[in-house]
Every structure is written in structure tokens, then in C-alpha cells.
Write a protein that binds this ligand. Structure first.
Ligand code: AP5
Length: 184
């Protein structure tokens, strides 16, 4: 499978696993969080617009994210496949992704959900200390995940695309479970 979405709450290990899986699948790992942090660090107009939103743990608006993701998926290296980390996070984003892939004459092949109990997520975030990893902001990010992103997981489950993997185990074991879910 070459067109894959990695879903999971903040701190579940999406970024950690995306790089590993992408290497195995021979596709680029595309992290919208990394792209936005890169834009903020570079001080681009996009970065300046989204920096404060990220620091509060809120979601960047769907239209902005549609532009970011469409442009990235149209690049040559993503034409043969991709591992998306952090997108889609809302139902409108799931529809946008479908429209982008439709226009390319392709479709999403698999969605893997990394499940981790909430207390473990909070502990991981607090020990990492990214600027959006304060106690208050991580709780806001978890609440946004429950409200906006869990329905996306439900949608993919209903379409028979979703497989869930236990993310509360050593990193190598999670990688192995994800690869098994993807038939590797
Ligand atoms: P994003 O960067 O996507 O953040 P997130 O979803 O909150 O996820 P994290 O990066 O915190 O966690 P992760 O699941 O990648 O885990 P990681 O591997 O880092 O998004 C940031 C912000 O950007 C959003 O809040 C929003 O504002 C904006 N944004 C991004 N995409 C958007 C979109 N589509 N729409 C709107 N806004 C968007 O691991 C976490 C920690 O745990 C690390 O320290 C790691 O070393 C450790 N760890 C990982 N796996 C394990 C393990 N198995 N055991 C022990 N420790 C582990």
C-alpha cells in the first residue's frame, strides 16, 4: 500500500512512526505539523499566520490546510504514494483529500490509527516540551482531537479502510504492528 494516512491523538507517535514506515514503503512522509512549524520558523506569511493558532492547540482552518496539502501532494515525489501524518483532522479535510486524489485518478488505500491511553499521551507531551506541549495546551489539543478528528477515524472505519494499532508499547513493536497492518 502506497497511499496511507496515519491517524492518532497528539503524542501517539505519528511523527516517530511516519519516518520509519515511509522508509519501508518507499514513499515520502508528509507531516502537516512539521510543514507548519517549518513555515513558522522561516517566518513565511503562512508561518506568521499559523504560529499563534498552533501555540494555543487549535486547528488551522480547513481552507489553509487544503492549499498546503494540495500543493504538497502535487509534487513529483508524492505522485507514486505518500504517508500522511496529521492530515486529515476534520471531516471537511477528509473530503478535500478525497477530491485531491480523485483529481489525480487515485484513492486512499489504508488508514492506520495509533491508539494510546490519554494519561500516557499527557506524560509524553510534558516530557518532550515542544512549545505546544504545556499541560493546558496538550489538554486543548486532546479535546480538539476528540471533537474534530475522532469522527474522521469513525468515517474511515465505516468505509472499511481503518485498522487500529496499540501505540502503548516500545517504538519498534509499534512499527512492526503498523507494518503488519499494512500487509508488510
Ligand atoms: P502535529 O505536529 O501534527 O501535532 P500532534 O498531532 O499534536 O502530534 P504530535 O506531534 O504531538 O505527536 P505525534 O503523534 O506525532 O507523536 P510523536 O512521534 O511526536 O500538529 C501540531 C499543530 O499543527 C496542531 O495542533 C495544529 O495547530 C496544526 N496542524 C497540523 N496539522 C493540521 C491539520 N491537518 N489541520 C489543522 N491544523 C493542523 O511522539 C510524541 C513523543 O512521544 C515524542 O517525544 C516521542 O519520542 C515519544 N514516543 C513516540 N512513540 C513512543 C513510544 N512507543 N513509547 C514511548 N515514547 C514514544
Amino acid at each position: 500500500m502506497k497511499r496511507v494516512v496515519l491517524l492518532g491523538p497528539p503524542g501517539s507517535g505519528k511523527g516517530t512512526q511516519a519516518e520509519r514506515l515511509a522508509r519501508k514503503l518507499g514513499v515520502p512522509a508528509i507531516s502537516t505539523g512539521e510543514m507548519l512549524r517549518g513555515a513558522a520558523a522561516a517566518g513565511t506569511p503562512l508561518g506568521k499566520r499559523v504560529e499563534g493558532i498552533m501555540l494555543q492547540g487549535h486547528l488551522v482552518d480547513d481552507q489553509t490546510m487544503a492549499d498546503v496539502v494540495r500543493e504538497r501532494l502535487e509534487q513529483d515525489d508524492a505522485r507514486q504514494g505518500f504517508l500522511l501524518d496529521g492530515y486529515p483532522r476534520t471531516m471537511p479535510q477528509a473530503e478535500t483529500l478525497e477530491a485531491i486524489l480523485d483529481a489525480q485518478g487515485t484513492r486512499l488505500e489504508a488508514v492506520v490509527l495509533i491508539e494510546v491511553p490519554e494519561p500516557v499521551l499527557v506524560e509524553r507531551a510534558l516530557s518532550r516540551r515542544r512549545p505546544d506541549d504545556t499541560d493546558e495546551v496538550i489538554r486543548e489539543r486532546l479535546s480538539v482531537y476528540g471533537k474534530d478528528t475522532e469522527p474522521v477515524a469513525g468515517y474511515y472505519r465505516g468505509r472499511g479502510l481503518l485498522q487500529a494499532v496499540d501505540g502503548d508499547q516500545p517504538i519498534d513493536r509499534v512499527t512492526a504492528a503498523l507494518l503488519a497492518a499494512l500487509g508488510k
